[in-house]
Every structure is written in C-alpha cells, then in structure tokens.
Design a binder for this molecule. Structure first.
Ligand code: 13P
Length: 283
C-alpha cells in the first residue's frame, strides 16, 4: 500500500527503528526491494535519482514504482532523491512521486532555504518534503570519487542552524551530514555522534542519514535511537547487483540462454541485500 513517507518514518521511529530507502534505477531492483519488504512484513522507500527523473523514461519508471507501491502488501513510499531543479520536481510528482528531497545543501544557506520554500509553493501541501543541511561528499550515482573517511569531510551540518532552517523551510524530514558520505568510505566511517546528538535535541522532525552503504548495522540502529528515521542506500545495492551480473554473464551464451535466468540472479542479489538491511534495522 502506498503510504506517506513521513507517516512510514514516524511509525518506524515509534518502534525504535529506521526505514531503509533504496535507489532504484530500474523496475527489476524495485520489484526485489518490495518483495523483500513484503516477505519481512516491513515498510520500505523506493528512491529515484534526479538524473533518472530528468529523462522521459525516468518519469515512466516513477509511474511504474507508484503502481508497485499501490499494489504492495506493506507500506511503500516513492521519493525523488536529491533534486535541485524545480521542473524535475514538478514532473516527478506529476508522474507519481509523493515525496521529494529538495536538496539545496550545496548552495549558500539562504539559497538552500529559498529552494525548499519554492518547492513547497510549487508542489503544494500534500507532497512530503525532505531538505538537507550540511554538504555531503561523494557522488550519488558512482562509487569512485567519494573515497574519503567520513571524519575528514568538510561541510558537517551546523547544528546551530537547525531550528531556524526547519522553521523557515517547513521541511518534514531533515537530511544531515555527520561524517556520512555518498559512495565508498576509506577505512571505517567515523560518524560524529556529538553533532548528531546536538541536531536531535534541536528538532523533532525525523532525521535522514544518506550514504548508509558501509555504515555498520549497529551504528544505524544507534542512529535510529537519535531520531534518524530514514537511511538511504545506493552503493551497496548497486555494486552488489553489478558484481552478480559480472559473475553470471560470462556463463551465459547469448544464443542459448534466456534472460529470465539472469534477471533471477539480479533479483536474488537485490532482494537479499534489502532483506538483510530490513532485518538488521529492526532486530
Ligand atoms: P550510498 O550510495 O553511499 O549508499 O548513498 C545513497 C544515498 O544516500 C542515496 O540518497
């Protein structure tokens, strides 16, 4: 059943856990994620990256994911991730996304606020808005280039800005930069628990941790106790599927194999990852 993203996150937090959100570039991965959620009886979030949503076929993917969410036996939400372009936000919502991350985190503070306020004015009151404060290193769609230890990352969320930012943007969820990065971590990620704690006491809206790939499960559980209700995964899911396909492809003769066998491997890898994540977040 398609569910408002903020309701899904709030009810998970009440149970002491966070909801995993998975970037889906395709319908096969989304089917696997929803299948894992249904088997575990837990909710999940399907993310669409902004570069995907900026294409006509990306908008069709969003419509398909909305249909998948509608038909699911567990709560599922569809979100446009990391959008800076108001036209892409409007198109994604028209196609079926019911939540948007209006991401002005790379902009000066006042411009970040202005982007979220403009998104609200454009999208109306029913679209759930996430905003981001603090600048996350790394690339949303690729694992290389983000090869940094979380501790050394500049652009941590300035907790002194949190109350003003949340009040002026009206954001319903707040993505934070507390040593998390998109892509791969060099060494162990070193989350700044002091900064996260300081943010958590300054706002009651649920917090979001991007770059969850590579962060140990127990740390994600610890973060959930500090009001982090949504944790975003892309790299681990994407690289897991790619590694499976790389391994399987040499054994598949183009003239002798059916595509379903390969899709089966793809689905199993994505489903195992989603199921493992759902289980660890709720244990
Ligand atoms: P990772 O690629 O590091 O898992 O981050 C994904 C993400 O934050 C999507 O918004």
């Amino acid at each position: 059943m398609r569910t408002r993203l903020d309701h899904l996150v709030t009810s998970a937090l009440q149970q002491g856990s966070a909801v995993p959100a998975f970037t889906c570039y395709d319908f096969t991965t989304a089917l696997a994620v929803v299948g894992a959620a249904e088997e575990s009886g837990l909710g999940a979030i399907l993310l669409v990256a902004p570069k995907t949503a900026a294409t006509p076929n990306g908008l069709r993917l969003i419509s398909a994911l909305r249909g998948l969410a509608d038909a699911a036996s567990v709560p599922v939400a569809v979100q446009l991730d990391h959008a800076m372009d108001l036209n892409v936000m409007a198109d994604a919502v028209a196609a079926g996304a019911d939540s948007v991350l209006a991401d002005g985190s790379s902009l000066p503070y006042e411009d970040n606020i202005a982007l979220v306020v403009s998104a609200r004015a454009l999208l109306g009151p029913d679209v759930v808005l996430e905003a981001e404060l603090g600048d996350l290193a790394g690339d949303e769609d690729r694992a290389f280039g983000a090869d940094k230890s979380g501790a050394s990352v500049a652009g941590l969320t300035d907790s002194a800005q949190v109350e003003d930012f949340v009040a002026r943007t009206g954001a319903q969820l707040l993505a934070v930069a507390v040593g998390n990065v998109h892509g791969k971590y060099k060494g162990d990620p070193q989350l700044r628990w002091d900064v996260l704690q300081d943010i958590a006491v300054r706002t009651h809206i649920p917090l979001v941790l991007h770059g969850a790939s590579g962060i140990p499960a127990e740390e994600l559980v610890k973060a959930a106790a500090m009001n982090v209700g949504k944790v975003n995964f892309n790299t681990e899911l994407r690289t897991g599927v790619l590694a499976t396909l790389q391994k399987q492809l040499p054994g598949h003769r183009a003239d002798g194999e059916n595509l379903q066998a390969l899709l089966g491997h793809w689905t199993r890898t994505a489903k195992d990852f989603a199921a493992g994540t759902l289980a660890t977040l709720t244990r």
